[in-house]
Write a protein that binds this ligand. Structure first.
Ligand code: C2G
Length: 447
């Protein structure tokens, strides 16, 4: 008798799960299905699981393919199960290809092709649905989106758009999704759009997607002009669509905790904020060669502006940019200095000069310091006049952090507004306005 084992969360049970179990069963004579416990999903960083364990096990049972259903409770359980049940074949979807190769030392490993198109027809309750995500762009950030989205229940990567057909096809092959070089058909097939193109194309893509009734998550900076941001947010509001600027820091639990403590009075009244993010780029990179849209400020300032806007608001009295330019005019290092009636702030970004990437929030009773990479906040300290007293805080930050914004985006679409405060439309408008001022000062915009 050939024994097969497979594991999964099986949340919001869909065709992908059904077809996986059907083919898993066909690999042998006896199928064991491990369903993840809530605790294990939290431990492995899967967010937003909707159905309780019992419902998920019941759904697996209803397929009739499982001969035995067990609960997967811990990391490392798979190997023990394989030994305990004398398993011959371990199988899982091809979205995990490579991850479980180590199991080959214990039994045969088979990756079954992921099901590309899933609809929500198998979902019993109407309010439970799986959003089909389309990705615009095929670069570094687009590549980070898919593995993160896989760890958020309620969303499934469906397709990718790139006007260059070959790029779209290569990306689609890699992630087992559909390729599009026509925006209309792309929008027809998806429910939500993630815009990860170069900045200068964000506006057109967001507009197109909204006009085709899609909710949009757009990489930062969403746009480089306030007027464009106003237009897009107004359109989204009028048409009951969700539009979110993807500054991932805003959605990460550690940063939320940091803002809460900064505002709690522990450090007194906040008077000074200093945020710095530098990332050295190769001389030939797009960031350093694109004379109009490249440079350190458009690339990195969204992160540094975030704590300033969150804590001091957007009613600053004055803003000034001090810049070190490259020979081609692109900004290698930029310091934006803000004067507010309540304090001062600096946002410093560098692509060609390395500095200490740190976030400092200084108040009348103490200060908060977060070392790099503070934009993926996991740990921070609160210091006081009495140097012997240091309060330390830590928080989990999973993967590359995109899953948090994806989770909040989905929840907003599903009518849960509790995350909106993390980055409001007004705050995105303020960031677009600062970007515009910078572009204007640099004579890159001719208004
Ligand atoms: N699956 C699929 N096609 C999809 C979605 C999922 O073939 N469109 C497969 C997955 O590859 C997995 C199974 O269905 O084999 C269950 O998927 P999930 O419920 O998303 O569980 P997952 O997070 O993949 O857990 O220990 C847990 C396992 O590692 C897999």
């Amino acid at each position: 008798m050939v024994k097969v084992i497979t594991y999964g969360t099986f949340d919001l049970f869909h065709e992908g799960h059904y077809r996986l179990l059907q083919r898993a069963k066909a690999l042998g004579d006896y199928l064991i299905v491990g369903v993840t416990s809530e605790k294990y999903d939290i431990e492995r960083g899967k967010l937003n699981v909707v159905d309780p364990l019992l419902t998920r096990m019941e759904n697996v049972k209803k397929t009739g393919f499982a001969d035995e259903i067990i609960v997967e409770e811990t990391l490392g359980q798979k190997i023990n199960d394989i030994k305990k049940y004398s398993v011959d074949i371990f199988t899982v979807g091809s979205d995990w290809t490579g991850t479980f190769d180590f199991i080959n030392d214990f039994c045969k490993v088979v990756y079954l092709e992921r099901t590309k198109n899933i609809s929500s027809t198998m979902l019993r309750e109407q309010n439970k649905r799986i959003l089909k995500a389309g990705i615009i762009g095929t670069g570094r950030i687009a590549n980070r989106f898919i593995p993160e989205a896989k760890l958020v229940s309620g969303i499934s990567a469906q397709g990718v758009y790139n006007p260059h057909k070959e790029s779209a096809e290569a990306f689609a092959r890699k992630w087992e999704i559909d390729a599009y070089d026509d925006l209309k058909s792309f929008c027809r097939d998806v429910d939500v759009v993630y815009v990860a193109s170069p900045h200068q194309f964000h506006y057109e893509y967001v507009k197109f997607a909204l006009e085709h009734g899609k909710h949009v998550l757009c990489e930062k900076p969403m746009v480089l002009r306030r007027e464009q941001a106003e237009e897009l947010f107004a359109y989204a509001r009028q048409h009951q669509l969700i539009l979110v600027e993807g500054i991932k820091t805003a959605y990460c639990p550690g940063f939320e905790k940091l803002l809460g403590i900064a505002c709690s009075g522990t450090i007194g009244t906040i008077r000074y904020i200093d945020a710095c993010f530098t990332k050295l780029e190769n001389a030939g990179s797009r960031e350093l060669t694109d004379e109009k849209y490249g440079g350190s400020f458009t690339e990195l300032a969204s992160y540094c502006l975030l704590p300033i806007i969150k804590l001091f608001g957007y009613q600053y009295d004055d803003i000034r940019f001090d810049i070190i330019h490259d020979k081609n005019g692109v900004d290698l290092f930029t310091k934006a200095s803000f004067c507010y009636s309540k304090g001062i702030a600096t946002a410093t970004c560098g692509l060609g000069v390395k500095s200490e990437g740190r976030l400092l929030i200084a108040g009348t009773k103490g200060y908060i310091v977060v070392e790099a990479p503070w934009w993926k906040t996991t740990y921070f300290e609160v210091h006081y006049e009495d140097v012997s007293r240091v309060d330390k805080y830590s928080e989990r930050f999973l993967g590359n952090g995109l899953r948090y914004e994806i989770k909040d985006f989905i929840n907003m679409i599903n009518g849960d507004d509790k995350s909106r405060f993390k980055l409001t439309g007004e705050e995105s408008l303020a960031i677009a306005e600062i970007m515009e001022k910078f572009m204007h000062d640099e004579k890159r915009l001719h208004v």
